[in-house]
Design a protein around this ligand. Sequence first.
Ligand code: PLP
Length: 365
Amino acid sequence: MLSNGLAEDELFSFLSSHKKEDIDHRYILSSMCTLPHPVAIRAHCMFMETNLGDPGLFPGTATLERLLVERLGTLFHHKNAGGYATSGGTESNIQALRLAKALRPRTCPNIVLPESVHFSFKKACELLCLEMRSVPLGADRRMPADKAAELIDENTVCLVGVAGTTEYGMVDPIADLAKIAAQHDVFLHVDAAFGGMVIPFLSRPIPFDFSLEGVTTIAVDPHKMGMSTIPAGVLLTREPDMLDALNIDTPYLTVKKEYTLAGTRPGAPVAGALAVLDYLGVSGMKAVVAGCMKNTERLIAGMKTLGIEPAATPDVNVATFACTRAPAPWKVSWTRNGHLRIVCMPHVRSDSIEAFLKDFGDMHA
Ligand code: PLP
């Protein structure tokens, strides 16, 4: 620590020099996060000091959290869903599995999940001492429901399906998984961290939510396609009070029990997430998602023209390709199978897609 503080000008010029080292969003084609919507930034700034970890001190902010859960529950066909605001998909997935384990005590618990899950499940299984039973994907890069059913046994506490996979943008057959979960009486957690803010707004939505009987919990991240400020995730539960199973005593706070994983929790991104939903409404979100899907389709068509085949036909705005190089200064990513991966987030404009295609074509010329 410095022995004497810096002058404010000096401090901020130091901070801005480092901010300049960050990549310009114009070139970021690899991220599932995006530039926050202006109303999210404004709402975030209003609630900067709020702490949902001690909600009795911030009852207004706590109401916004309940409203966010209600808005998303309603969007997912269950107005009375329970839930709370997490730091993102990782925390939501950990908490969903923690809940499944708490409500289904088994001596050697296991979970059944697709090979395509986000790596947060590996963290969750390590933390919770759960055996991870991974189902190989079908040729369509989705988890075959019958193969998942074969791995379920009396020690299975949860089946997991992904609605919008991180690497290839696929939606697992959640309706089939929901039937299997109901038949075997196991929880079904749907990781819709990415797809949850895309699928309901598609011209042809794919069933993945509480409208399916067997779905127990859903993870959705407003800080991804919801254009909120970071960190904003939400875990939703079918039963409104389900999370109480995780309660521990918190004697010195304004509430005497808490089921969240984090203690101190920011209210600012919760206000940001709600602000975007209420500002855009369903019609505004449909327009954003339609733009992202159009860019995804254009990118796939443009790459085909350049002789590069897509690695999948995605359900959401993630495009992947069979190729090994990409031009600078674009920041793309690579899947574990070595495919080029581009996420057409709201900050990725159609002119960026055209510029990328041009640079890609020049590089391969
Ligand atoms: N689940 C899915 C499907 C994801 O794509 C991601 C991140 O990209 C996560 C979970 C983890 O989310 P976070 O990084 O917000 O913890």
